[in-house]
Design a protein around this ligand. Structure first.
Ligand SMILES: N[C@@H](CCC(=O)N[C@@H](CS)C(=O)NCC(=O)O)C(=O)O
Length: 221
């Protein structure tokens, strides 16, 4: 199969879900930030004018936006290789996908945005990298970062919930650490759609941003 272009960034939670799928499915791809002329003039219009990460362009020029749609597209092509065989595991796999892609947004956003001393410099660099090159790049990156900081509060990571968010996340980390000491994936030796959902926050935010990375290193070895 010819190469796929994945438009995304390591910073982006939802890009992590699509990227891990492409890797585990053995699909050849290259990843680039969505700031090229080709992306602006060809890819985004084909995505209905909506620019979000991840978006892919196949070698044939087909454009698919949204991580779940990208995975569904290749799952349908490859005979649902990453959907477990038993009904119980299939339901749990979908549940873990939702937990990863939606439920873990609170700890992901909390540990990214509420620890400025540890994270700010790192985040500023990465937010700038997804802005178009040229004058004002740093300011545009800072503005986008400010919008995401505000979104963190909208997701419910506010001072009154900090303790609960942290307690629940550390409990989850402990459980996952025990499980992954024994099995490489959620359901044994093969990844599932649920694993791709879970890796999204556990990679992009919780496994890369300096504060939560140090927490993971201290609590999950
Ligand atoms: N449901 C979408 C969500 C994508 C999404 O929200 N991506 C973020 C980056 S992690 C983004 O591109 N935000 C900017 C925007 O939507 O304009 C998916 O799973 O792909």
């Amino acid at each position: 199969m010819k190469e796929i272009t994945l438009y995304g960034t390591p910073l982006s939670l939802y890009t992590g879900r699509a990227r891990s799928y492409l890797i585990k499915a053995g699909l050849e791809y290259r990843e680039t930030t969505p700031i090229t002329e080709h992306c602006r003039n060809i890819v985004i219009p084909k995505a209905g004018g909506r620019a979000s990460m991840p978006t892919i362009e196949t070698a044939e020029g087909e454009v698919i936006r949204d991580g779940a749609a990208i995975i569904d597209h290749y799952e349908a092509m490859n005979g649902h290789l990453f959907s477990p065989e038993t009904p119980k595991q299939r339901i749990l796999s979908r549940l873990f996908d939702v937990i990863g892609a939606e439920g873990l947004l609170r700890p992901a956003m909390h540990y990214r945005w509420n620890f400025e001393a540890e994270n700010l410099e790192f985040l500023r660099f990465h937010f700038q990298s997804v802005m178009p090159r040229g004058p004002g790049r740093a300011e545009k990156g800072d503005k986008a970062a400010d919008q995401m900081r505000a979104a963190c509060m909208a997701f419910g990571a506010v001072p009154e919930t900090f303790e609960l968010v942290e307690t629940l996340y550390l409990e989850l980390l402990e459980k996952l650490n025990l499980h992954f000491a024994d099995q490489p994936y959620l359901f044994g030796g093969k990844p599932s759609v649920g694993d791709f959902g879970m890796i999204a926050p556990l990679y992009a935010h919780l496994g890369r941003d300096p504060k939560p990375l140090s927490l993971m290193q201290a609590n999950a070895v």
